[in-house]
Design a binder for this molecule. Structure first.
Ligand SMILES: [Zn+2]
Length: 305
């Protein structure tokens, strides 16, 4: 009998849990707001463990049918030792021995992973990246990150910090970035910047990106132009990593990927024009398939590879 796993996606806003079967399908879900329990790491850990127990009770799955629990976290995670080094958007998390604490509370095997890597693992095995050996899984949202699959395995780097595509500087100068650097890719294509560009272009200070997506669907020229320009920016930022890593594909996910159809032509055009020939001709640009579920499903890959 194939065992289930529990996948947990810890975000700054919500914590989402899913019961995942052997085929990578989510057969049970539960979520709660991070804010109410984020005061201390102990409180959040307790809430996560409680929810893990609740999802089993809710779906009447005995604990011996669970082969493990995979947790994706928005920050730097020592995957080998099960330690959360730091979570930039959730206060108090510094060198927390989360794996040990959760294993003790749950009596189940626990593995931790960075959230973007978890998404990459899910898309790689169960989504848009099936069959690939070398790919970059890029998330475009408030932050810009990437999970790297190289030579058929996830590449984390010796400090578990690889994949920070959003913090590749594109300029010698440029706007200051939260990472401590400046002129970073994220400062040109992160949501905050996109909203600023949109506000100017449409002369509406609070215009939502979703609205520009809707306008593009309706074929409005200015909206199409907006996404084309953003696609060109995204393409520009991807040229360096593509030249460096020669991936078979870039899988694009995250909130902004909703507008993938309008971004893609400009991304591809820019990559073909600016990348070195071999890398630029080979690389495909694909839309992520699993949306918000990628991180939960990725837990299955983390636990079984
Ligand atoms: Zn940066």
């Amino acid at each position: 009998m194939s065992k289930y796993i529990i996948g947990i996606d810890v975000g700054g806003t919500n914590v989402k849990l899913g019961l995942v079967n052997g085929k990578g399908d989510i057969i049970g879900r539960l979520s709660f707001s991070t804010k109410n329990v984020a005061a201390t790491p102990e409180k959040l850990t307790a809430a996560i463990c409680e929810a893990a127990g609740a999802i089993l009770r809710k779906d009447r799955i005995p604990k011996d049918m669970i082969s493990g629990v995979g947790v994706g976290l928005p920050g730097l995670v020592d995957v080998k030792n099960g330690i959360v080094r730091v979570l930039p958007n959730i206060p108090g998390w510094k060198d927390v021995l989360l794996r040990k604490a959760m294993e003790k509370k749950l009596g189940l095997a626990v593995r931790l992973e960075n959230d973007v890597n978890m998404i990459a693992l899910g898309e790689w095995q169960y989504g848009a990246g099936k069959g690939l050996t070398d790919a970059m899984f890029v998330t475009l949202g408030t932050g810009v990150g990437a999970g790297l699959i190289l030579n058929g395995a996830i590449y984390r780097g010796p400090g578990f910090a690889a994949g920070e595509i959003g913090h590749i500087p594109l300029n010698e100068g440029g706007p200051v970035c939260g990472c401590g650097g400046w002129g970073c890719f994220e400062r040109y294509v992160g949501n905050q910047e996109l909203r600023q560009i949109a506000a100017k272009m449409f002369n509406e200070p609070d215009i939502a990106l979703e609205e520009i997506y809707n306008k593009a669907v309706e074929g409005k020229k200015k909206a199409l132009k907006f996404w084309d320009m953003i696609g060109e920016r995204v393409g520009n930022g991807l040229v360096g990593p593509v030249n460096l890593l020669n991936p078979q594909a870039i899988v694009v996910g995250g909130g902004v990927a909703r507008s993938f159809a309008f971004l893609e032509p400009a991304i591809v055009r820019t990559l073909r024009r600016r990348s070195m020939r071999t890398q630029g001709e080979m690389v495909r640009v694909i839309k992520a398939q699993l949306d918000d579920d990628a991180g939960i499903i990725g837990a299955r890959v983390l636990l079984h590879t």
